[in-house]
Design a protein around this ligand. Structure first.
Ligand code: SF4
Length: 321
C-alpha cells in the first residue's frame, strides 16, 4: 500500500508533530472579479458564504468596507486584526482541547487574500505569524493578484523560519472554460507566477476543479498534467458543486449544467493520485457545502460519506489516503 502524501502526513514529517490548518475569513476582503476591477459577478459558482461559513457569522464590524489595492487607508484594519485573533483562538483552543494539537498554520481562505493595500496585508500577515504556536501561513489567492512586493514580503517570513504557502485558484487551464466560468483572467502568466513564488522558497499549491461546465475527463486530467509541469509543491482537487444564489445554480435549474457524479469524480481522483509526483503534497481531494446552500450534486452534502467512498476505491488500487 502506498501512502499518499496528505497535508497531515507532510506536516508531521516537516514539523515532527501534528499541525492544524486554521481557516480565517476576514470581513472587508473581496475579489477583483467581484468588485469590478476585472469583472463583476464573480466566478459563476462563487458564493463565498458557502465556502467560508464563518463569514456569515461576522457582523460586529459594522459597515462593511471592501479592500482593494488603491485604498489609502483601511479604517477597519484594527477590527480585522481583532477578528483574526478571535477566530484563531477559538479554533486553536478547540483543537488543543479535543485533539491535543500544539501547532497551527493560519489559512486565509475567503475571497482573494492578497487583494488589499500592501500595509493592510503586511499587518495582517505579521499579526497572524506572531500568534502563539503558529508555524506558518497559507494564503488563498488568484494568479493576477500577487505583486512582487508581496512576494518579497512573504520571502522575508520564509527567511525567518516560517512556512508560507500561496494557494492559487487555477481551476482549469482551458481559456474557453475560464471564460465560461467568468474567471476574469487567462492562464498565460500562471507558470511565471509559480516560478516567481518558488524562487523565493514560497510553496505553491494549485487548486483545480473537476466537473466544470463543458469539460470532459481528458480535459480535467490535461489541466492536472499542465500544472504539474509548471512545478508545484501542493495541489487541491475538488468537485464543482452548485450552491444557491449563483449563475451556476441558474444553469443547473435550466438544465444547462449537469454536475459530475461521485463515480466519475472518484475515477479522476484515482488517476490523478497515480500521476501526481510523490513529493507533491495533496492538500485536499474532497469538498462539500452546508445543507441550506447546496443544490447539487447530492453526494457533496456529506464530506465523510464522500471520503469513505473515495478512500475505499483508492485502497482497491493500493493507495492509502
Ligand atoms: S476568484 Fe474566488 S473569490 Fe473571486 S469570484 Fe472567483 S471564486 Fe469568488
Amino acid at each position: 500500500m502506498r501512502e499518499i502524501l496528505t497535508l497531515g502526513r507532510y506536516f508531521k514529517k516537516r514539523f515532527g508533530q501534528r499541525v492544524r490548518k486554521i481557516p480565517i475569513s476576514l470581513q472587508g476582503f473581496t475579489c477583483p472579479n467581484i468588485d469590478g476591477r476585472v469583472a463583476r459577478g464573480g466566478c459563476i459558482y462563487c458564493c463565498n458564504e458557502s465556502f467560508s461559513p464563518s463569514l456569515v457569522k461576522i457582523n460586529h464590524l459594522g459597515k462593511q468596507v471592501k479592500m482593494h489595492f488603491d485604498l489609502k487607508e483601511n479604517p477597519i484594519l484594527d477590527a480585522q486584526v481583532q477578528q483574526l485573533k478571535e477566530q484563531f483562538f477559538w479554533h486553536a483552543d478547540f483543537h488543543k482541547e479535543k485533539f491535543e494539537i500544539q501547532k497551527y498554520m493560519i489559512y486565509l481562505q475567503s475571497y482573494t487574500n492578497t487583494y488589499a493595500p500592501f500595509e493592510t496585508l503586511k499587518r495582517i500577515f505579521d499579526e497572524a505569524l506572531n500568534l502563539p504556536n503558529v508555524v506558518g501561513i497559507s494564503i488563498g489567492t488568484r494568479i493576477d493578484c500577487v505583486s512582487l512586493e508581496v512576494l518579497d514580503l512573504l520571502a522575508e517570513y520564509v527567511k525567518n523560519g516560517k512556512e508560507v504557502w500561496l494557494e492559487y485558484g487555477i481551476q482549469s487551464v482551458f481559456p474557453k472554460t475560464l471564460e465560461l466560468i467568468n474567471r476574469g483572467h487567462g492562464i498565460e502568466d500562471a507558470q511565471n507566477q509559480f516560478i516567481l513564488a518558488r524562487q523565493r522558497q514560497i510553496k505553491v499549491c494549485a487548486h483545480l476543479i473537476y466537473g466544470l461546465p463543458q469539460e470532459n475527463e481528458e480535459m480535467m486530467l490535461h489541466s492536472l498534467r499542465e500544472v504539474i509541469g509548471w512545478g508545484i509543491d501542493g495541489i487541491k482537487l475538488h468537485p464543482l458543486y452548485v450552491v444557491e444564489n449563483t449563475k451556476l445554480a441558474k444553469m443547473y435549474k435550466n438544465g444547462e449544467y449537469i454536475p459530475i457524479s461521485l463515480e466519475v469524480y472518484t475515477r479522476l481522483i484515482l488517476q490523478s493520485l497515480q500521476e501526481i509526483p510523490d513529493d507533491v503534497v495533496i492538500h485536499r481531494i474532497s469538498s462539500g457545502a452546508h445543507d441550506e446552500m447546496l443544490i447539487a450534486p447530492k453526494w457533496c452534502f456529506d464530506k465523510n460519506i464522500q471520503m469513505r467512498y473515495i478512500r475505499d476505491r483508492l485502497r482497491e488500487v493500493g493507495l492509502e489516503y
